[in-house]
Ligand binder design. Structure first.
Ligand code: GCU
Ligand code: CA
Length: 129
């Protein structure tokens, strides 16, 4: 539901800018990150109860090179890096899902580029029930 959606353009952005020149995004835009490892976005994700839940991450990658990123929740790495393969065009958006362990209340969820391509263009993350 939209109540569980966190737009990237409203998040804390390191080494990226909000843009709207590639159609198909939700909200008022998406975030275009610099092509550097270490670029990140950080969301304050609310949970009514502690537990592990799927987090959907919507992105576009108009290149043919993977743009993997690490996921941390409250400073702790979650699994291994998430791959973000090319989607064919910057206007073609797709979603990947990661299971995130949340505490009750506010959680800090950070996605950090692990390669020199940086992050793909990021639309939003959405916590699933
Ligand atoms: C292009 C595209 C951007 C994208 C960038 C990239 O410049 O217009 O939206 O972020 O490529 O390769 O990261
Ligand atoms: Ca970019």
């Amino acid at each position: 539901s939209p109540g569980n959606r966190y737009e990237a353009e409203n998040a804390t952005i390191s080494q990226g800018v909000v843009e709207s020149n590639h159609a198909g995004f939700s909200g008022t835009g998406f975030v275009n990150y610099d092509n550097v490892a270490g670029a990140y976005v950080e969301f304050a994700v609310s949970a009514a109860a502690a537990g592990s839940r799927p987090l959907t991450i919507r992105y576009a990658n108009g290149t043919s090179t993977d743009r993997p990123f690490a996921v941390t929740v409250n400073g702790t790495a979650v699994g291994s890096a998430v791959n973000a393969p090319g989607t064919g065009a910057w206007t073609t958006w797709t979603s990947v899902s990661v299971t995130v362990p949340l505490v009750s209340g506010t959680n800090t969820v950070r996605l950090t580029a692990t390669t020199t391509g940086g992050l793909p263009n990021l639309d939003y993350v959405e916590l699933q029930p």
